[in-house]
Design a protein around this ligand. Sequence first.
Ligand SMILES: Cc1cc2nc3c(=O)[nH]c(=O)nc-3n(C[C@H](O)[C@H](O)[C@H](O)COP(=O)(O)O)c2cc1C
Length: 339
Amino acid sequence: MILAKEFNRNRFARDSDFTISTNGPQPPTIVQFGANVPQELARASSLVVPFSSGVDLNCGCPQSWACAETMGAALMEKRELVRDMVIETREQLRRDGWGVGKDKDIDNPKGRSVSVKIRVHKDLRKTMDFITTVLGPDQDRHIDWLTIHPRTRSTPSSTPINLEALELLTSIFGDRVPILLSGDVFALNALPFTSPLLTPTPTFTTTTTSSSSPPTIPTPSSAEAEKTNNNNNNPLTYHIPKLAGLMSARALLCNPALYAGHTACPWSAVESFLNHAARGPLPFKLVLHHLSEMCAPGMGPDKSALLARQERAEMMRCGNMLDLIDFLDGKREVRRDQF
Ligand SMILES: Cc1cc2nc3c(=O)[nH]c(=O)nc-3n(C[C@H](O)[C@H](O)[C@H](O)COP(=O)(O)O)c2cc1C
């Protein structure tokens, strides 16, 4: 979440919050803002869309400083303001010459999206009112898609997501707007619900010992995939047919290869990350932080780790990029010799 007001006013905020590679075409990137004034969100969006695929408004951050400023999850009580912010932003982008026709502009190189990420209320009728207001008319809805984090502002992230809420909200609104789930997406083969979105799910059982051998890709039948996609201990079986996508945060930090079907972080992901980090202006402490997440057991049921706890502690003592690369090469070499 980038703070729109500061982004608009301060060159240092812009430089530190938003840096992109100028190295050829980049993957689609959505820039998310925290805002509470329509013109601020519209202006900040106008600044970033030449370098991104779209903008998102954060209505989910529960942190007290954000809520005190009427940003993040506090916006769940301000549905008209959220509607006005996305309308103003869409209008600004239209005036700037971008394609904001939603599905019509999917293949348009100038097409840009405006979306919103929300939490749910304890009383789901309030969430339904919120979504109805923010969506607007079906023939020209105000947002391209909606991401739902099915927890309330005060639900700790250790409490499982509210699948009943997700089931209800997607069944009511899923035909009117693409809905993405954010929350507890830990591994593609271990989601606590079934959905056509996940069938068939390619699964790479990650070998933490070697990445040179290609992972096996089982192609499960629909029935098998549904079974594995629903392997939690929940006695209720949830089926979410109208889900359009999955967003992952904590699990993706540990395993950036999650969407490729890996159940744990493979060495190839570490290698790829290091190659990018060596070229990009990423502070060394951040490089170490990401690697400590990637080399530890992940969030899903596969708890294999690239490095043991003691080895991770040793890695954190590396003082520079060269030491770090040598250290990881050494660890990987030892594993190659052992297996
Ligand atoms: C380190 C970290 C940073 C996050 N930053 C943001 C953010 O900037 N904007 C946002 O909407 N959510 C943010 N979240 C929340 C996640 O998007 C997500 O809704 C939440 O963590 C639950 O999903 P998960 O189970 O996949 O982690 C963040 C979460 C983590 C762990």
